[in-house]
Ligand binder design. Structure first.
Ligand code: ZN
Length: 256
């Protein structure tokens, strides 16, 4: 557990350093030995998480804390509980409000793989619109506040109502959620989802600014599986760099 806590805290710091999380958004990880439990930090800016005392264990079944005396947690933890419940192979989840990505959730322009590090599993990222799923009495503030909304969001990670077919799902006017097989893979995907969005936005701007511009050449669908596989054997290289970056930055403390 000690190394999991250490990686979890480093992940929180890296996601802040790379502007995936600010005072909002969160990282979680499935418990390494208890399949029915996941870990998240308490309600605080992830950049300021520093010790295991900041980390809470929740039951996947209903997102209630294992220890009823736990400090206050995030309202949107149902994003995490319902995805872990539905997909047994998901080990880590990040929910982000990245301003580089949000425009693709409100403009109708699909977010598509532009670079081989995108890590998307499909040709375009699905977009979850919570407006289609509020029930009577729900607070209409775009937050995933209950199990029902979390379950609906979780279904967007599967295009065939079976297993996982998407790594990333946009959330209209809000942000995105990304899943991975480990904290390290999930952090990699979150950072390169934002990177991909920035590159696509630049390419879209260029494409209207010059007479020689062609249609944008996205990663071809035949290139997606091998590109994604490449990210899966190589993500520890950037992870080690990113850990060194946050360890060299005095804002962050990791006591795990
Ligand atoms: Zn949110």
């Amino acid at each position: 557990m000690e190394s999991l806590h250490k990686s979890f805290i480093s992940g929180c710091h890296i996601l802040h350093y790379h502007r995936i999380l600010d005072a909002y958004g969160h990282l979680s990880v499935r418990h390494p030995t208890r399949n029915d439990v996941f870990l998240m930090c308490r309600s605080m800016a992830p950049a300021t998480v520093s010790s295991r005392l900041d980390i809470i264990e929740y039951y996947i079944e209903d997102a209630s804390p294992v220890d009823p005396g736990s400090p206050l947690g995030y309202v949107e933890r149902f994003i995490h509980s319902e995805i872990y419940k539905r997909y047994s192979d998901v080990q880590s989840i990040i929910h982000s409000h990245s301003p580089d990505v949000v425009p693709y959730s409100i403009s109708g322009v699909p977010l598509q793989p532009c670079v081989h590090l995108a890590g998307f599993l499909g040709k375009k990222v699905p977009n979850f619109d919570i407006l289609d799923f509020y029930e009577t009495g729900d607070v209409r503030d775009l937050l995933i506040r209950n199990r029902q909304l979390g379950k609906q969001l979780a279904s967007y990670f599967s295009s065939n109502s079976g297993g996982l077919t998407e790594a990333v799902v946009l959330m209209r006017g809000h942000g995105f959620t990304v899943v991975g097989g480990s904290i390290e893979e999930c952090v990699f995907r979150a950072i390169y989802t934002s990177e991909n969005a920035r590159i696509q936005s630049s390419a879209l701007a260029l494409s209207t600014a010059h007479p020689l511009a062609t249609d944008i050449k996205y990663i071809h669908e035949t290139e997606i599986p091998a590109s994604t596989a490449m990210t899966q054997w190589s993500y520890m290289r950037p992870w080690k760099l990113w850990v060194q970056e946050v360890e060299a930055t005095s804002l962050y403390t990791n006591l795990a």
